[in-house]
Ligand binder design. Sequence first.
Ligand SMILES: NC(=O)c1ccc[n+]([C@@H]2O[C@H](COP(=O)([O-])OP(=O)(O)OC[C@H]3O[C@@H](n4cnc5c(N)ncnc54)[C@H](OP(=O)(O)O)[C@@H]3O)[C@@H](O)[C@H]2O)c1
Length: 297
Amino acid sequence: MIITVMGATGHTGHAVATQLLEAGVAVRALGRSAERLAGLAAAGADVRTGDAGDAAYLTEAFSGADAVYTLLPYDPVIAGYRAAQRRIGAAVVAAVRAAGVPKVVFLSSVGADRPSGTGFVLTLHEQEQRLRALAGTDVLILRPGSFFENFEHALPVIEAEGANLDAVAPHVPIPMIASRDIAAAAAHALLELDFEGVEVRELLGPRDLTYTEATRIIGERIGRPGLEYVQIPGEAMAGALVQAGLAPDFAELHVELCHALSSGHVASVQGRTAATTTPTPLEAYAEALAGRALPTA
Ligand SMILES: NC(=O)c1ccc[n+]([C@@H]2O[C@H](COP(=O)([O-])OP(=O)(O)OC[C@H]3O[C@@H](n4cnc5c(N)ncnc54)[C@H](OP(=O)(O)O)[C@@H]3O)[C@@H](O)[C@H]2O)c1
C-alpha cells in the first residue's frame, strides 16, 4: 500500500505521515524542503519536494498511490491568499485526475458548507466543489473546528498587551480541536479506506469553548491565571495583523472569519456526536504550550 501525504512538515501532515509509517505503510511525504522532511526520510518515507501549485509534480507524487492526503497549504505573509489557494486547489484536482487516484482525504473546515462570508474557509468550500466533480475517486472531506495551535500566535499578543485580543465575540461557543486528533482521524481513514463516493466528517474537539474560556485555560497553564480575552473591532484587529507582518488581504479574511464565527454563520452542521467528538482537551495542549510560553508576569 502506498499513501501520499501533502504538507508533511505541517501540523496535520507530519502526524499523518508518522502514523502511517508506524503502521507499516509506504509513505510519500510532500513539502518544499528536503531538510525539513529529513526526519520523515530517516523514518522511511519517500520524500518528494516541490510546490503544491505544480500539477506535474503532484501527478508524479500521486501516481500509483492507493490514497492521498490533501490540503491547501498557505503562507500568511504573501499577498493574494485566495488566488494562491485556488491555484493549488486546481493543481491538486488535476493531479488526482491525471494519476487516477482512487481515494482522497481532504482537510477542509467547519463552515465550508457556506458559499460566502467565511474568510479563509471560502477557498476550502471551493475545493470541496472541485473534488465533488471528480468521477471515479472516492473523497473523504474532513471538516475540523478551529485548531488549538492557533493560540500559539496569541503568545506575543499576550506578552505585549497582558490580554488575549481578537475580533471573535467572547461568549460564543466554538468547536476547537487538537491538530493531532485531526491527523489521527485522517490516518485511520487512510488505513481503513472506509469511505465511498463523497463523505463529509466533522471533527469538533472534545467540547465547544468560548474565547473567554479558552483564554482562561491557556492563561492558567502558562503562568498567567486570570488572563482575559478582549474582543477588539475588526478594523483594529486587521491593522494589528498587518503590523505584525501579515498580508493585508490575509488580515481581512481573518476578520471576516471572526465575524462569521461570532454570528454563527460558520458553525457545525453535523452537531456533536460520538463520531464528531475527538479526545484531546485544550488543557493538554495548553500544558505543552507552557513549555514554550512566556515567563510569569
Ligand atoms: N488553523 C485552523 O484553525 C484551521 C481550521 C480548519 C482548517 N484549516 C486548514 O488547514 C490547512 C492547513 O493544514 P495544516 O495546519 O496541517 O498545515 P500547515 O501546518 O499550514 O502546513 C502545511 C505545510 O505545507 C507546506 N507548504 C506551504 N506552502 C506550500 C506550497 N506552496 N507548496 C508545497 N508545500 C507548501 C509547508 O511546509 P514546508 O514549508 O516545509 O514546505 C507547511 O508545513 C489550511 O488549508 C487551513 O485552511 C485550518
